[in-house]
Structure formats: structure tokens, C-alpha cells
Write a protein that binds this ligand. Structure first.
Ligand code: NAD
Ligand code: DAU
Length: 339
């Protein structure tokens, strides 16, 4: 099987590359990534030593480049992780989100029609469902929950989802879509909550908690996300949407305090800052469908996963230090300086 992984130099795509190389050693894995600020070749250092791994630097919105890659490899399966993925950046500058997340997806879908594939899989997010109120812990997102987005990021992901499903209905393209909750684990870019709090704690910097820190996210260890996608691309029903999540709901302030506890630090650096505009209150996935149809269950509890993650950042400073020394510094000062 030849599997294209777009966005494989990013956080989840990189973990998925390693998941495939380990669990399906006979498959060939072709990574397409344009190496934006969030893409990092250091993440793929080990993969590049594997003869079944190939890397192509290209923008998914560049039709000519994408068609050229499809012609060169004749892939069977496409798994599209490539995206602008950070909500805060989408509030600052929405346009690139529309280009990559919607136009990029449309180019990939057209390439799939032109060259023929057995499966196109769209990696989407629970954010397309909007949010749930804090006082209704009985409510969860199911695949039937209406699309109701809050940010330019989630709107662009919802637009892409609808396009993917339309290519199935109109052109009969064999597609699947997965909508996952918040991931955490190795290779997570430092702008996101968990790596940011770990790295700032290690550097003795303030820990910027938005609003009151009461917002809830449903955390999933990244390897569990990878195993779910792997099951969907091999055994999932064409034309279907699958929610992915493991009932690990935590408030942001709980997560920050847990990181401090694991690193043996007190809470004096916690700083409550201006809230994110349009900030979603609570995400919570109902994973019944993927469990019943594909037998998927997450294997890593939050306590175990967060411990492994903190240990990974302690051991891999040479991965994250060059990131925070570069362009990221400007983003950080501009974003948090205003808060
Ligand atoms: P990320 O920002 O860490 O990585 C994105 C990758 O895509 C980077 O390597 C980047 O270089 C690449 N990329 C961006 N624009 C591109 C373009 N135009 N052409 C080619 N490559 C491009 O993102 P992530 O957190 O790994 O998320 C991956 C996917 O999973 C996204 O589609 C995101 O919406 C989805 N998702 C993420 C989470 C999460 O918690 N991180 C949860 C659910 C779904
Ligand atoms: O739910 C899935 C989504 O999870 C993915 O689709 C997105 O790609 C991914 O980035 C993530 O979105 P969030 O907005 O939930 O993740 P983020 O890490 O940016 O923020 C998590 C929570 O922490 C959120 O409530 C905002 C808060 N936060 C975040 C940062 C960066 C803070 O309080 N302080 C911060 O500095």
C-alpha cells in the first residue's frame, strides 16, 4: 500500500508517519509538507532513514505540484493532516486558513479524482461542532451534532469537511472524515497549551491562562488518535464521519497545575490573561460509533500520557529549543504582549 500523509512534518502527521512505519512496515509512506512555521524536518529525522519513507516539499494548494506527486507515486490512500491548526493565529490572520484548509483540501480531492485512489481521509476536529455549556456535563458531540463553528480556524475545517463529503456524494469519491478532540504528546508545537506550559515552566516564565482557566478540553494521547485513523482508513465505511475521543475532560487550570506538579514547581507563575475572543467553553466527544463499528478504544489515560509527554519535553530540549529561539519569539511577544 502507498499512503500519502500530508502535514507529516507537523505534530499529529509526524506521529502518524511513525505509527505507520512501525505497524505496517510493508507500506510505503509519502509525506507531503510545505514546511510552514509548524513543520519541522527534525521531527522526521528517524523516518528519513527508512527506505519505505519518502518526503516531498509542496503546498497542498499548489495544483501543479500535487498532480506531479500523484503522477510520480500513484498512491492508494491519502490522509490529509496538512492545515493551519492554531485558533489564536486564525483570529489574527484568517486568510491563510482559508487557502490551506479549504483550497488545499479541494486540490487534493481533485487529484484523487484525476488519478484514482482507494481512500481519501480528512483529519478534522471536534471544533466544527462549536462548544458545549459547562453546566450540562450530560451533553457530548456525536456525529449528528450540527456544525456550528466559532473561529476562522474551525470554520475553515468545517468548510473542508463539507467539501470532502460533497465529493463523495457528487463524484462517488471514497472518502472518510474523522473529528478528534485535543491531542497531546511528542513533537507538539510549543504554541499550544500543553507544550507551552511545560516549556515556560522549565524556563521560569509566566504561565498565561486565558480567562479563568475554566474552559474544558477532552485530551487524547496522540498515539491513540493515530490508531483510530489507521482503523478508519483500513476498515471504516466510505462516506462516513467518525468522532475520536476518550472521555478525558479537564479544565485548563487543572492541566496547568498537573504540569507544575510533575515538574515539582509551585503555582506562583500562573498568570490569568485576557481571554481568547469567542473562546469555546467545553469540548466532549462521544466515541460510541468508532468503538462499536471498528473496536477502537484509547489505550493511554491522561495521567499516564501527561507524564510521558512531560518526560519527552525534558529529554528532547534539542527539538524544541531551536523552535522557540526563532520566528516563534516574535509571535510570542506580539500575541502575549497584547494580553
Ligand atoms: P500542526 O500545525 O502541528 O502541523 C501542520 C503541518 O501541516 C505542518 O507540518 C505544516 O508545515 C503543514 N502544512 C501547513 N500548511 C500546509 C500546506 N499548505 N501544504 C502542505 N503542508 C502544510 O498541526 P497538528 O496539530 O498536527 O494538526 C494536524 C491536523 O489535525 C490538522 O488538520 C488539524 O486541524 C487536525 N486536528 C488537530 C488536533 C490537535 O489537537 N492538534 C485535534 C484534532 C484535529
Ligand atoms: O479540539 C481540537 C483542537 O484542539 C484542534 O482542532 C486544534 O488544531 C488544536 O490547536 C486544539 O485547539 P485548542 O484551541 O483547544 O488548543 P490550544 O492548545 O490553543 O488551547 C487549549 C486551551 O487552552 C484553550 O481553551 C485555550 C487555552 N490556552 C491556550 C494557550 C495557547 C490558554 O489558556 N493559554 C494559552 O497560552
Amino acid at each position: 500500500m502507498k499512503i500519502v500523509v500530508t502535514g507529516g512534518a507537523g505534530f499529529i502527521g509526524g506521529n502518524f508517519v511513525y505509527y505507520l512505519l512501525k505497524n505496517h512496515p510493508d507500506d510505503q509512506v509519502i509525506c507531503i509538507d510545505s514546511l510552514t512555521y509548524a513543520g519541522n524536518m527534525a521531527t522526521l529525522e528517524e523516518a528519513l532513514k527508512n527506505p519505505n519513507f519518502f518526503f516531498e516539499k509542496a503546498d497542498i494548494a499548489d495544483r501543479e505540484a500535487i498532480y506531479g506527486i500523484f503522477e510520480k507515486y500513484s498512491p492508494d490512500i491519502i490522509v490529509n493532516f496538512a492545515a493551519e491548526s492554531h485558533v489564536d493565529r486564525s483570529i489574527e490572520n484568517p486568510e491563510i486558513f482559508l487557502k490551506t484548509n479549504i483550497i488545499g483540501t479541494s486540490v487534493l480531492l481533485d487529484a484523487c479524482r484525476k488519478y484514482g485512489i482507494t481512500r481519501y481521509h480528512q483529519v478534522s476536529t471536534d471544533e466544527v461542532y462549536g462548544d458545549l455549556p459547562l453546566d450540562r456535563p450530560d451533553l457530548f458531540f456525536t456525529e449528528e451534532t450540527p456544525i456550528h463553528t466559532s473561529s476562522p480556524y474551525s470554520s475553515s475545517k468545517a468548510g473542508a469537511d463539507l467539501l470532502v463529503l460533497a465529493y463523495h456524494r457528487t463524484f462517488g469519491l471514497p472518502v472518510t472524515v474523522s473529528r478528534c478532540s485535543n491531542n497531546y504528546g511528542p513533537y507538539h508545537f510549543p504554541e499550544k497549551l500543553i507544550p507551552l506550559m511545560i516549556i515556560n515552566t522549565l524556563n521560569g516564565k509566566p504561565l498565561p491562562v486565558y480567562g479563568k482557566g475554566e474552559n474544558i478540553r477532552d485530551w487524547l494521547y496522540v498515539e491513540d488518535h493515530c490508531s483510530a485513523i489507521d482503523k478508519i482508513i483500513r476498515n471504516g465505511r466510505v462516506g462516513e464521519v467518525y468522532n475520536i475521543g476518550g472521555h478525558n475532560e479537564k479544565t485548563n487550570i487543572y492541566v496547568v497545575k498537573k504540569i507544575l506538579e510533575l515538574l515539582g514547581k509551585d503555582e506562583s507563575n500562573i498568570t490569568y490573561v485576557t481571554d481568547r475572543p469567542g473562546h469555546d467553553m467545553r469540548y466532549a466527544i462521544d466515541p460510541t460509533k468508532i468503538h462499536n463499528e471498528l473496536g477502537w478504544l484509547p489505550e493511554t489515560s491522561f495521567d499516564e500520557g501527561i507524564k510521558k509527554t512531560v518526560e519527552w519535553y525534558l529529554k528532547n530540549q534539542d527539538w524544541w529549543q531551536p523552535i522557540i529561539d526563532g520566528e516563534y519569539q516574535k509571535y510570542y511577544e506580539n500575541h502575549y504582549g497584547k494580553k
